[in-house]
Design a protein around this ligand. Structure first.
Ligand SMILES: [Zn+2]
Length: 489
């Protein structure tokens, strides 16, 4: 058996004012992983595919893996360049028995509302009807029926925070292998919940919903279940939550199971869509807790959702309140990082920090700061229980201290995954009263064990969650929360 693998991953926030260009992608090509060199950071799924292939005695072909931090609509030529490089590599690798793709599911490019559907349909054109196409998607995806029709197996992350990226890659390989061996005949069906929201899986009733999906898999010929949460800031016509079921050789059963779980999810709509709370209210509560560290998610300035990550609103509030013994990470300001990198620990600098990308970033802050740490090319680990953590780059990073607040500033836009963004600088997070992190939920996996309390804050950033108030171009008026009872067709 021979497999061809590739990945093209970004989540497009169609409201973001800065597009995603070719230079924004971290690209891994075959030369980068020649001679057994491992796939690292966001290409870790490729490493799973390769190790699985080696263990199963398969021939492994690899085209390209490209990942960009979520931002605005991808520039057409950037998407087409990367897509075509994958397709040319696939052509060269033919004949293959299966194609395994690591995609996001919410990638939009100029002229393409659904890049995943475009690329998979082109893959199908090349390989023909008999080659198995398996896809792994981020759960913040918008799955089209045509994608389900074109692919053979789709596995979607179940956890948010995404601590199961590598587990789902193993699931995908297993299903593709069993399909190739003729042990199973995957039949997929999709149920459209006609809902838009953000759902955090550690909390009830999401926790039980996810556990119920796990419990149903492997029984009664149910092969795999996935909830495609959707990405609310991706304004595509097919924006919305979908339930995907894969059964063994029975499309009607797949449709029934998808509808059963999907209807159950629609019934939970008021409980599952969590909203962050306001700035003042959040800090009032954090101060009232009394023992630290209280971890505050600066959720609406999460770069992982396409926000700039340079909002100063939370820091301004901390300064105004005189909240010493606190810390905030990571403000994206490559200009300031560049300046600080040429100084040294102990330097006192006047900086104009953050607030540059747009009106929702607040105003730049003119601060006198002490440099307390400089780390070139800092890395943080994203925990993946059961596997090695995924090591993710932060770019150059510096720690600045101002009025008792430690401020981590970095050069590569990216959200906070672990306390390492503080501890790498020698900051003792357990002794802090408040830690503010620019992340919606991925921080949760590594911060929950140390947090005295976790609060989700809307500091007026770009990722506003009153969806009907956002300037969508496409019509979502038949979906929840635009209407109370979504019109399910
Ligand atoms: Zn996601």
């Amino acid at each position: 058996m021979k497999i061809f693998t590739s990945g093209l991953v970004t989540e497009t926030n169609t409201f973001a004012p800065f597009p995603t260009g070719l230079k924004d992608f971290q690209i891994v090509r075959p030369i980068d992983v020649a001679d057994g060199r491992p796939f690292t950071d966001w290409a870790a799924v490729m490493q799973v595919f390769r190790e699985e292939a080696e263990a199963r005695g398969w021939e492994f072909a690899f085209g390209l893996h490209a990942v960009a931090e979520p931002a605005g609509t991808t520039v057409r030529s950037a998407y087409e360049t990367l897509r075509d490089e994958i397709l040319v590599a696939l052509q060269a690798a033919m004949p293959v028995d299966a194609v395994l793709l690591d995609l996001h599911g919410a990638m939009v490019a100029q002229g393409y509302d659904d890049c995943e559907e475009d690329i998979v349909s082109r893959v199908r054109d090349i390989v023909g009807p008999d080659v198995i196409i398996g896809i792994e998607l981020d759960l913040h995806c918008h799955v089209l029926q045509s994608l389900v029709d074109t692919a053979d197996v789709i596995c979607i992350y179940k956890e948010y925070p995404h601590t199961d990226i590598l587990d789902r890659a193993h699931d995908l390989v297993k299903l593709v292998a069993e399909t190739h061996e003729g042990k199973i005949n995957p039949t997929m069906a999709l149920y459209n919940c006609q809902m838009v929201g953000m759902y955090l899986t550690p909390y009830e009733p999401m926790r039980s919903f996810v556990d119920d999906m796990f419990a149903a898999e492997g029984k009664d010929r149910v092969l795999s279940l996935s909830l495609a949460h959707c990405f609310p800031w991706g304004d595509v016509p097919h924006l919305g939550t979908k339930m995907l079921a894969i059964t063994d050789g029975n499309i009607q059963q797949a449709a029934n199971v998808a509808a059963s779980f999907g209807k159950k999810f629609v019934a939970m709509r008021h409980e599952v869509d969590t909203k962050p709370r306001g700035l003042k209210e959040t800090f009032d509560e954090a101060v009232a807790v009394g023992n630290g560290p209280v971890v505050i998610a600066d959720a609406t300035d999460n770069p992982g959702g396409g926000a700039p990550s340079d909002s100063t609103t939370a820091l301004r509030e901390m300064l105004d309140r005189g909240l010493t013994n606190t810390a905030i990470a990571m403000i994206w300001d490559p200009v300031i990082v560049n300046i600080v990198m040429s100084t040294e620990v102990g330097a006192i600098l006047d900086v104009r920090l953050g607030g540059k990308l747009g009106p929702m970033s607040g105003d730049p802050l003119d601060l006198q700061v002490e440099v307390v740490g400089i780390i070139p090319q800092m890395v943080q680990d994203f925990p993946q229980p059961g596997s090695e953590p995924i090591a993710l780059p932060c770019g150059d990073a510096v720690a600045l201290r101002c009025q008792g607040i430690d401020i981590i500033v970095n050069s590569l836009r990216g959200q906070v995954f672990t306390p390492q963004v503080f501890t790498n600088f020698g900051i003792d997070v357990r002794q802090k009263d408040i830690l503010v992190v620019k992340s919606t939920q991925h921080f949760y996996a590594a911060f929950a064990p140390i947090a005295s309390k976790i609060l989700y804050m809307d500091a007026g950033g770009a990722l506003q969650s009153d969806y009907p108030s956002l300037p969508y171009r496409h019509d979502h008026s038949h979906k929840y929360p635009w209407i109370e009872d979504p019109i399910v067709t």
